[in-house]
Design a protein around this ligand. Structure first.
Ligand SMILES: Nc1ncnc2c1ncn2[C@@H]1O[C@H](COP(=O)(O)OP(=O)(O)OP(=O)(O)O)[C@@H](O)[C@H]1O
Ligand SMILES: [Mg+2]
Length: 646
């Protein structure tokens, strides 16, 4: 039932509650400032008790003295440059940068409007010319100083007007840090001497120690304001990184320059040839450095082929999706030494191709059979040509359509030849005997991957040089067939330097590969053997890139002679730590430290302890994935069931 009084009551009640809430809100607002203030105080008190990064890095105290600061335990002083000579060479500042002490350098460049300078220069020219004319009228001797100044100014006026030069006010400050006052004074003298020897004049701060320190903080805050007028070329010559030649725009990171902590970035294909040699004692980090180079080169699109006698590139190869080919007596992979390149860039004649193949195979036969007499040599030569001819491979054939012979064919020919029976008998070991199978079948490996590794670890020591020779012949054929940017890494190259024929072969390869866009990296720990061999030495001279790491005292003298090292560099190599050495690129060289990122390190390490850990982590991960998959499948079922029920 509808009752008007009830409605009124209801309205009153509503009004009252509205008023109440309003009152409450007002009260709350009145109370609020108090609460906020308390909160702020509390927050402040809390913050006072916590550490910030600023607290951590700030020195405990700072004391300002007339000519230096004491920053906690350290003594700090700033030196500023006040004047430069008329002529200054590029990189004059580098000796300071390369000093192995702690210091901060600040350079300020204040651009000045060219018009302003031109006006000033015009006035100077007027004054100088007037003086010169006056001298001439008086019949006085000419003044070379004035004439030089006039010429300099005129040249500068031209350059500024043409816009090839800009004008700056340039400020250069160096702040040094020392443990005590004596050291600070010594260091100051040292720096002033080095700068002074370039006829650059400097002074140390006096009653401006704090301003000096502030000016060299990375805040772009010049509180000293001691500037010198300069145009762009001399200002640029103060740029400190002269080892920039080892830092090029393109290429890959080889390591850190230990002289000045800059990066050694280099593109080996920008040099005369792209070959490189790496020498160091066992365990110095040769393979590690090259694996890093390989991974980084792959990223830049270079193809890489590796000959791996230690089975240590497998992990990396798997990680980057490379092809890993195991060559052994038991493996399925075969390479036929009689292969011919399908086509040669530049279109060589079949005649030349066959001749060069015969010479290469003869080298292999000599490795297999040992020294050959002159008669035997000519028999082998003739037999090889006949072996090819038997398969219709002659000077007139189209090499892309032929079927190449195998070792058995060669042996058959030898047996049928006068005086060849003995050779055939010696060769039987490789066609029928224990070593059969490795060299006596058509090639069935393919190199159609960006990274291809050939492992020869599982081969008998005796067979290893022969197999590597065979593999490199094959690679050489592929390289000549298709032009591509490629790197061939031959790890433990001393296997090949043991025999003259294989050493000669590598040398020929290193000498000729530039034309096919290939760079060969030879890694060896047997420095003495390598460098005393004439072929080894020639390989070094034909390699523009050289990496020397820790050397043994037994080998250091030979190394020093070969690479023309100073005494300092000699000791640097003797005392090098893991991954440290000297990096040569053409004529330039620098001390290097090879560094890898964590991920890279995980992929390339050969430390057995680390490898075991990685294997275990892999296993754990696989198990975890499995159990998660299982749990996921089980968990899904009931849910579906309940869905169906509803
Ligand atoms: N720059 C580096 N940083 C960290 N670890 C490194 C570095 N260089 C090498 N190592 C580690 O040192 C060990 C030896 O390195 P590596 O296998 O490259 O030696 P090697 O000179 O090739 O020796 P060998 O001549 O016996 O093949 C490896 O366990 C590798 O992980
Ligand atoms: Mg190695």
């Amino acid at each position: 039932m509808f009752k008007p009084t009830q409605v009124k009551q209801q309205e009153k009640l509503e009004e009252k509650s509205k008023l109440d809430t309003e009152k409450r809100e007002v009260k709350q607002i009145e109370k609020a400032p108090k609460i906020t203030k308390e909160l702020v105080e509390e927050e402040k008190a809390y913050r006072r008790g916590t550490l910030t990064i600023r607290d951590l890095i700030a020195p405990a105290s700072m004391q300002v003295r007339p000519d230096h600061l004491r920053l906690g335990e350290k003594f700090v002083r700033t030196i500023f440059v006040i004047g430069y000579p008329r002529y200054i060479s590029v990189g004059w500042f580098a000796p300071i940068i390369n000093m192995s002490t702690t210091f901060d350098v600040a350079m300020f460049f204040y651009p000045v409007k060219s018009a302003l300078i031109l006006k000033q220069l015009k006035k100077r020219v007027g004054a100088l010319e007037a003086q010169i004319i006056a001298d001439a009228e008086k019949g006085a001797a000419r003044d070379p100083l004035r004439e030089t100044a006039l010429r300099d100014i005129e040249a500068l006026r031209d350059a500024l007007t043409q816009g090839t030069e800009k004008f700056f006010q340039f400020a250069l400050y160096v702040t040094i840090y020392a443990e005590d006052k004596d050291e600070l004074d010594n260091l100051t003298d040292q720096i002033e001497d080095i700068i002074g020897s370039r006829l650059v004049f400097s002074k140390k701060v006096f009653f401006q120690a704090e301003q000096g320190f502030n000016s060299t903080l990375p805040l772009a805050n010049d509180e000293l304001s001691v500037t010198f007028n300069m145009n762009s070329s001399p200002a640029a010559s103060s740029f400190p990184f002269i080892s920039s030649e080892l830092t090029s725009d393109n290429g890959i990171l080889y390591g850190i320059n230990r002289h000045n902590n800059s990066l050694i970035l280099f593109d080996r294909f920008s040099l005369q040839n792209a070959n490189s040699v790496v020498f160091a004692t066992s365990g110095a980090g040769k393979s590690y450095a090259i694996k890093l180079e390989v991974m980084r080169s792959l990223m830049m699109g270079t193809d890489v082929i590796i000959i791996d006698p230690e089975h240590e590139y497998k992990h990396m190869s798997d990680a980057v999706g490379g092809t890993y080919i195991n060559i052994s007596l038991a493996s399925e992979n075969k390479i036929n030494p009689f292969d011919l390149p399908s086509a040669i860039a530049g279109g060589a004649k079949p005649e030349d191709i066959i001749r060069s193949a015969v010479i290469t195979i003869k080298g292999l036969i000599r490795l297999m059979l040992g020294e050959l007499t002159h008669e035997e040599d000519s028999i082998v030569d003739r037999a090889l040509l006949e072996t090819y001819a038997k398969k219709d491979i002659t000077a007139t054939s189209d090499l892309s359509k032929v079927e190449v012979p195998i070792m058995q064919d060669f042996q058959d020919i030898l047996e049928g030849m006068e005086g060849g029976a003995d050779l055939a008998l010696r060769l039987r070991k490789y066609t029928l005997g224990t070593f059969a199978g490795l060299f006596n079948s058509p090639t069935n490996v393919k190199m159609d991957n960006q990274l291809v590794c050939f492992s020869v670890r599982d081969l008998e020591d005796e067979l290893r040089p022969i197999a590597i020779y065979d593999i490199i012949t094959y690679i050489w054929n592929v390289v000549r067939s298709e032009m591509k940017k490629r790197i061939l890494v031959i790890d433990e190259a001393w296997w090949l330097m043991q025999h003259e024929d294989s050493a000669k072969f590598i040398y020929a390869l290193v000498k000729r590969c530039r034309k096919y866009y290939l760079g060969v990296t030879t890694i060896t720990q047997d420095v003495n053997d390598f460098l005393t061999s004439p072929y080894g030495k020639a390989i070094v001279t034909n390699s523009s890139l050289q990496l020397l790491m820790k050397q043994s005292p037994a080998a250091i003298d030979l190394i020093q002679k070969t690479f023309v090292l100073t005494e300092g560099e000699k000791y640097l190599l003797l005392e090098s730590a893991l991954g440290e050495g000297i990096f040569f690129a053409g004529m330039k060289h620098a001390a290097i430290k090879v560094v890898a990122s964590y991920t890279e390190d995980q992929l390339i390490t050969s430390d057995p302890r680390q490898l075991l850990e990685i294997e275990e982590a892999k296993k754990e991960f696989a198990e975890q994935m499995e159990s998660e998959e299982g749990a996921g499948a089980e968990g899904q079922e009931p849910e579906n069931m309940s869905n169906m029920e509803t």
